[in-house]
Write a protein that binds this ligand. Structure first.
Ligand SMILES: Cc1ncc(COP(=O)(O)O)c(C=O)c1O
Length: 379
């Protein structure tokens, strides 16, 4: 029998429940919505999206996106403030290219999104971590580090953080923006989960502060529509937007993703994106409840807060446990997790685990947590 050729990034064996995996499930990637929008757009006679695109991104797409974000964020978003990206990963790469040089210092939260650390490593940046608490980045810890280092930027996930699920309160956001202005470093706010809120609305997106030149807010369609689209946006001050628009990469290749942008415009304009987000929110909200009660039942010694948005539970195991060691045993139980140390830029957080509640259906979440318990209890 022929072995199937690879099509997706993280292929999990069908008998394994990988509770660590932070990808949306295939079953919730809306083929019908994309098919309909693509059919509509491809049946028009306008073929301009097959040309090299405008550097800042398709103007009609930015108009539709600005309208959508104005509603979602609760303040006016202007199309001129938006720059189209092919996802947050590429936006971060571009920020590193344009605003840093090899050997420069940057700040991240401890813990942070581990794959962003890989991007920063590609640019040979020196990563300094800032402590966090149950409300995210601690301003005093940032001030201490600022007395010692001059970072080019601070990368943070202010809302429903990956991996901790925490959200930075409004006052800390404001103080942070003030500090960035005073001490001249960029805030690269990764807001990938901002629109996935399950209880109350989060504080204002950092896009509300882009009248300050140092603030860049990053958004993505990966978690609200589909990661395979490779489509996202950033919002920034006109001076920063100008810097993105005039970079060599775009001069050669044109604006990012004109073809996909033209199709996703239709998904936004038809109301399909909003419906899709509402559908995801309802499903994910139930999955949180299931994971919470399974954890409560099977892992009573584990400490965590119930997430208000995003994708993740962040579990604290008893002090003496090392999640990396535990992971060596998970294959035997057909379950998987992500150890906390992965998210640490200083090899800490050994007794923490990240679990994702979105990827599996409710029965599999229950079964996965049960397997985790069996794994933890095994000698
Ligand atoms: C915090 C965070 N940022 C960025 C990404 C990747 O975003 P994109 O698909 O837009 O590159 C992820 C995906 O898991 C994430 O959790």
């Amino acid at each position: 029998m022929n072995t199937p050729l690879p099509t997706i990034q993280n292929q999990v064996a069908p008998d394994v429940i990988d509770l660590g995996l932070g990808d949306p499930p295939l079953s919730l990637l809306p083929l019908d919505l994309i098919r309909e929008a693509a059919q509509t757009r491809l049946s028009q006679n306008d073929n301009s999206f097959l040309q090299y695109g405008a550097e800042q991104g398709d103007g009609y797409f930015r108009l539709a996106l600005a309208d959508f974000l104005s509603k979602g964020y609760g303040f006016e978003v202007k199309p001129e403030s938006l720059f189209v990206t092919n996802g947050i990963s590429k936006a971060l790469d571009l920020i590193c290219t344009l605003f840093t040089q090899s050997g420069d210092t940057i700040f991240v939260e401890e813990p942070t999104y581990f794959l962003a650390l890989r991007i920063f490593a590609d640019h040979n940046l020196k990563v300094i971590s800032i402590d966090t608490d149950e409300n995210g980045l601690i301003i005093e810890s940032l001030e201490e580090k600022l007395a010692e280092f001059r970072p080019k930027f601070l990368y943070l996930i202010p809302t429903f953080q990956n991996p901790t699920g925490t959200t930075l309160p409004q006052e800390r956001r404001e103080r942070l923006v003030q500090l960035a202005g005073e001490q001249d470093f960029i805030i690269a706010a990764d807001e990938v989960y901002h629109l996935l809120s399950y209880t109350q609305k989060p504080p204002k997106s950092f896009a509300a502060y882009i009248d300050i030149e140092n603030v860049i807010s990053l958004g993505s369609f990966s978690k609200i529509l589909a990661p395979g689209l490779r489509l996202g946006w950033l919002q920034a001050h006109p001076e920063k937007i100008r810097r993105f628009n005039t970079c060599g990469f775009l001069d050669s290749g044109g604006g990012l993703n004109p073809f996909t942008s033209a199709i996703v415009s239709g998904v936004i304009e038809s109301g399909g994106l909003e419906n899709n987000i509402n559908k995801l929110i309802n499903i994910y909200r139930s999955r949180i409840k299931v994971m919470d009660s399974a954890l409560h039942q099977h892992l009573p010694d584990v400490k965590y807060s119930i997430p208000h948005g995003g994708y993740f539970f962040w579990l604290r195991l008893p002090e003496e446990l090392d999640a990396k060691e535990l992971r060596k045993k998970t294959p035997a139980f057909k379950v998987d997790l992500r150890p906390g140390a992965l998210f640490s830029s200083k090899d800490g957080l050994k007794n923490y685990i990240r679990l994702c509640f979105v990827h599996y259906e409710e029965e599999d979440i229950e079964e996965g947590v049960l397997r985790l318990k069996q794994c933890l209890e095994s000698k």
